[in-house]
Design a protein around this ligand. Sequence first.
Ligand SMILES: *Cc1c(COP(=O)(O)O)cnc(C)c1O
Length: 396
Amino acid sequence: MGRFIPLSVPNFEGNERKYVDDAIDQGWVSTGGAYITKLERQLAEFLHTENAAACQSGTAALHLSLIEAGIQPGDMVIVPALTFIAAVNPVKYQFAEPVFIDCDDGFCMDPAKLNEFCENECELIDGKLIYKADGRHIKAVIVVHVFGNMADMVSIMKTARKYRLKVIEDATEALGSRYTAGELSGKYAGTIGDFGAFSFNGNKIITTGGGGAVTAKDPAAAEHIRYLSTQAKDDPQYYIHNEVGYNYRMTNIQAAVGVAQMEELPEFIGRKQANFEKYRTLFEGFELCRLMPFREGTSSNKWFYSLEINREKVSADMREIISALEEKGIQTRAIWGLISEQRPYVDSPSYRLEKAPYYAERILNIPSSTNITDEEIVYVAGQIKKVLEGFSCDKQ
Ligand SMILES: *Cc1c(COP(=O)(O)O)cnc(C)c1O
């Protein structure tokens, strides 16, 4: 047959080649150049925020945010258990300790459990949140807007204010998601907390091959992040460095791709949203799985689509389902395993994980590229239904 429908591939329909050629022609290929500044301005404007600093990856964006938030060896950072591990690894880069919190039904951090954890397991001493079990100082919380679905930031910000936590939003999957109702109406993912991290990796809604950006509430923090990301160079001519810096700055070639991708972002979001509606209609009323909705009161970029497999009726494990679909030329993927169960994190504390393990066994991501065709969507939905029916417990 030869048919292959990938999970999520980049889309270069715009000015990418033109701008990259231009960057190369000008000789500005490294960590300086006009495209970097232009991309930062485009991002800030799009997100209705003051400033954005472009860097090498979403992971670097998170690391820089943690450094800027003052996370030091021995500190603690509250993190989600169900997400991509890159959201948590930078905590370890700072020799700090993560503590894992459960998710809600949108796969994002459960705000009630976050609050409960702070209330029951910690105490505020001299304005510092102290983890009662070992006396560590909890300084920050990392909130991930999973698959483009916005976390309940109203509740999370309330808890963070009450307990003096810095808020780092991992918006790597949520560029363009925003609130449309309530007290945060109009606010974009990554612009609500103290810091927001974005990723332009190949599978994200826009890509620069690899790349990322940080937004910061405080303009001085954004400037300091730029400084740290360019080896903390204090002087343009002489090699004066007053801090330990990093080689985390985005290159002008990456930024050239990014500027072209930003021009297409509204179109990409529109397609993701329209395709989600098509899938929704196709899965409506089907009892072996359901298409997971996005949070009400928000407009999501709908980066990734998720099916919840009905475990009452389908007992096949994810590997069997994924292989059966692969034979039909359809690439799907299981949601992540819990980070708290990965080897580097088995000794880190976690708090009442219930929904995270529940969804870890049930969620399947399905093809969501911006260039998927209507015919492919119909084929994907039809084949998924057939495969799940084949595994149905009701089948005689
Ligand atoms: C992609 C991703 C990252 C890391 O971004 P990179 O650019 O690949 O470093 C971090 N967190 C989440 C939730 C992601 O999906």
